[in-house]
Design a protein around this ligand. Structure first.
Ligand code: ADP
Ligand code: MN
Length: 516
């Protein structure tokens, strides 16, 4: 089969002649409307199987006559993987052909026309820094643009053996799936008709479904300018984790996305009936925070974690993927501390890799509004202020934490009180920048409540002292900050000299905690 059938050079505009001959066709972009839950349940079984496969696959392909490639007794559950491999194979062959065509077309001409945009694989071969980090553990990625492999024309049909042997390294372990994660939005799926392949319709439907779900997600999130980040957060591996939670009965359904941020995507879910491993009762509504597995944003946050004594020893040994998990882990630990101190915050349900499930603050799928979005009357506003003051003090004293991203964006108003969320970046006060973070938090809080008309709200310096129990007397912000930095420096020196940090900054007695 000539899979490409290149006849003419590509021209500007949609649908050049050569493209229409592509036997795989182009997926229709018609909008498909179905709920997230539909996709979840339909794909659940498939995805679970796929995972088992991923674990077992390297061994299977290592033997030349594995069950996958003999064509006999083919377990159809392998078809999905096979189809995906074929798709990749096809895309690469297509690109190789295109490259040859490009060369022929341009000849020795000084002005050449690039066919780059018609390639199928290239978006993922870019050597952007994002790829670089994300694929750190896929150094031998066979799909790199800089080492094109020309696939013999016959290589990908009929002779199953060839396909798999060529792909030995491709299918090894996580590399393959990792690759496919990024393939998804561009996934070209044919309907299998006329193909000399023993792929069941079921498999192709699954593939189609997959492509559509990518499209839908993209469409749904289009309103949000950061839509592409959500796409990436919910990669196949993440979905698999989510499916497992649903499949295991821990969650009833995942209803949809509440928020897509730079570093995370948050979903709403109804809690299931079964308890967690440690016998926790699952809340009736849950929030699932998925930490993004692309690392661009997290690189900027190194300073929070790198200098956190709790994580210091581990940091240098970790690869970026693990660092992402560490953020999730950090959020879990911090929430637990807060929970123990009785600070209103989401209750941790379970942590699986970079996916944190917690109780949902809100009701009937409607998340509680952020403090910045809710219009409080002056009485509630004042009440909220005193509550926030109290929480900041207890966070500092009882949890030994500084929120480090505290503002009206990370405080929810629910049940007549303020709830703190988003504590993955929270650090201990003796973190080398802990006091600076605290000062920033104080500034945000103080400004918010002062603007909100709370006459009692002190300025950020007074608030800082009230929270930390320190007694910095500087009258202006610059001097105040200089003193903060001096304290941090002292602490650093102490670490240098004694090999360990001070447990707290000494104060003239404990800071008084405001009682509501
Ligand atoms: P980030 O700001 O880093 O993206 P957050 O933890 O602040 O992550 O979550 C983003 C948004 O998702 C929040 O502003 C809030 O609206 C919503 N959210 C997060 N956790 C919960 C929760 N437990 N209950 C309800 N809504 C939540
Ligand atoms: Mn937030």
């Amino acid at each position: 089969m000539d899979p490409v059938g290149v006849a003419a050079a590509p021209e500007a505009g949609p649908g050049p002649a050569w493209q229409s001959k592509c036997p795989w066709g182009t997926p229709k972009t018609a909008s498909i409307s179905c709920s997230l839950a539909d996709v979840m349940s339909e794909q659940l079984a498939k995805e679970l199987q796929l995972e088992e496969e991923n674990a077992a696959f390297p061994e299977v392909v290592a033997v030349a006559e594995g069950p996958l490639i003999t064509g006999e007794n083919v377990d159809t559950s392998s078809d999905l993987m096979l189809a995906q491999m074929l798709q990749m194979e096809f895309d690469r062959e297509y690109d190789a052909q295109l490259r040859r065509e490009e060369k022929k077309f341009n000849g020795d001409s000084k002005v050449s026309i690039s066919f780059e945009n018609y390639r199928k694989v290239h978006p993922f071969d870019s050597d952007s820094s994002e790829d670089e980090v994300d694929w750190q553990d896929t150094r031998h990625d066979p799909y790199r643009a800089d080492k094109p492999t020309i696939t013999p024309k016959k290589g990908f049909i009929g002779k199953g053996k060839d396909i798999t042997t060529k792909h030995d390294e491709v299918v090894c372990g996580r590399k393959n799936t990792a690759r496919m994660e990024n393939f998804a939005p561009e996934f070209q799926v044919g309907d299998g008709i006329g193909m000399d392949l023993k792929l069941s319709n079921q498999v192709f439907n699954a593939l189609k479904q997959h492509a559509y779900s990518e499209e839908r997600r993209s469409a749904r999130l289009h309103e949000k300018k950061e839509h592409s980040t959500a796409e990436k957060a919910v990669d196949p591996k993440t979905r698999l984790l989510l499916y497992k939670m649903v499949n295991g009965g821990m969650l009833e359904t995942i209803t949809g996305c509440i928020s897509t941020g730079k570093e995370s995507v948050v979903f709403h879910a109804y809690g299931g009936k079964s308890a967690t491993e440690d016998d926790k009762v699952i809340p009736s509504e849950c929030a699932i925070k998925v930490f993004k597995t692309t690392l661009n944003e997290f690189k900027n946050r190194d300073k929070y974690i790198k200098d956190d004594y709790r994580f210091k020893d581990r940091f240098s040994k970790l690869n970026p993927r693990k660092i992402i998990r560490m953020w999730a882990e950090k959020e879990m630990h911090n929430l637990t501390r807060m929970q123990n101190a009785g600070i209103p915050c989401p209750q941790v349900v379970i942590l699986k890799k970079h996916v944190l499930v917690m109780s949902f603050i809100g009701q009937d799928q409607v998340p509680a509004p952020k403090l910045k979005d809710v219009k409080l009357n002056s009485e509630d506003m004042k009440k909220a202020y005193y509550q926030v003051l109290n929480m900041m003090q207890r966070l500092y004293k009882e949890c030994n934490l500084v929120h480090a991203d505290l503002s009206e964006y990370n405080m929810l108003w629910h049940d007549g009180k303020v709830w703190l969320i988003d504590v993955s970046q929270s650090v201990e006060p003796t973190h080398p920048h802990g006091l600076e973070f605290l000062f920033r938090d104080c500034r945000n809080v103080s400004q918010f409540f002062q603007k909100g008309g709370v006459a009692e709200a002190p300025n950020e310096r007074e608030l800082f002292n009230a929270v930390s129990g320190l007694n910095i007397t500087a009258e202006n912000e610059v001097d105040f900050q200089a003193e903060i930095e001096a304290l941090e420096k002292m602490n650093e020196d102490h670490v240098q000299n004694h090999g360990k940090k001070v447990s707290t900054f000494s104060t003239d007695g404990d800071p008084p905690i405001y009682n509501e």
